[in-house]
Design a protein. Structure first.
Length: 238
């Protein structure tokens, strides 16, 4: 299923099972078609159908932005055989995927990632570009937002007024909240990333979350509201 959230911004739903249900997004960046996140390996047909429903073909995609190295955000890429586009991902998560960096086995998500990369990596046929905080990729600005993953990266397109938030936050009943501990590296770092991102990002309307329903208006206000609650908790615990 595909939904146009704003002119040139499409929501591609992937998966049907709660907690495995995720979102991909297709963005027309001044004529450069950009896919942002891509679901699990078995969601490839849904990603393809979504791209086609938006009036494009997978071969038209010229750039892939991955918010982080979790299987439900990049897994379908390897099964889109006609995809021919560079992949952009945060530096630590790129190193994690390629084996250049290894988290500790005794960390709950670190152990999962060490096992994950034995069978699932970014497609070797596609160029892999490491992204740092503040990098510009076409009309997108990258924001390093660690916590859920150490290399988690959010992309904001100011002209289109859209924030592609990955798993920085999840949507639930119309509001935003942090992801759960079991699926994250460090909750304290995650909360600081949410507060930092809310403080330094320009305003945007559309909040494209990795899980839940994207917000088609007041996205910046929603993440600022969440950051305020986290600020209050930080004060209470100090």
């Amino acid at each position: 299923m595909v939904t146009e959230l704003a002119s040139g911004v499409w929501w591609v739903e992937t998966g049907r099972v709660p907690y495995l249900r995720g979102n991909g997004y297709l963005v027309d960046d001044d004529g450069t078609l950009t896919l942002v996140d891509a679901g699990l390996p078995w969601n490839a047909a849904q990603v393809r159908a979504g791209v086609e429903a938006a009036g494009h073909a997978v071969r038209d995609v010229e750039r892939v932005l991955v918010t982080h190295y979790d299987l439900d955000h990049f897994g379908a890429l390897a099964r889109l055989s006609d995809l021919d586009a560079p992949i952009y991902v945060g530096q630590f998560d790129a190193d994690l995927a390629t084996g250049e960096c290894s988290p500790p086995w005794l960390h709950h998500k670190g152990a999962f990632h060490r096992l994950l990369r034995l069978g699932f990596r970014f497609p070797e046929r596609l160029p892999l570009h490491r992204v740092a905080d503040g990098d510009r990729i076409g009309g997108f600005t990258a924001y390093h937002t660690p916590g859920h993953n150490p290399g988690h990266t959010v992309y904001v397109h100011e002209k289109l007024s859209v924030g592609l938030l990955g798993d920085l936050v999840w949507e639930e009943d119309g509001t935003l909240r942090p992801p759960v501990w079991l699926d994250s590296y460090d909750m304290g770092t995650l909360r600081r990333s949410i507060r930092s991102f809310a403080a330094r990002t320009p305003r945007f309307e559309v909040a494209c979350v990795g899980h839940g329903r994207p917000l088609d208006h007041d996205g910046w206000r929603a993440i600022r509201a969440l950051a305020e609650t986290l600020n209050e908790r930080a004060v209470l615990h100090n």
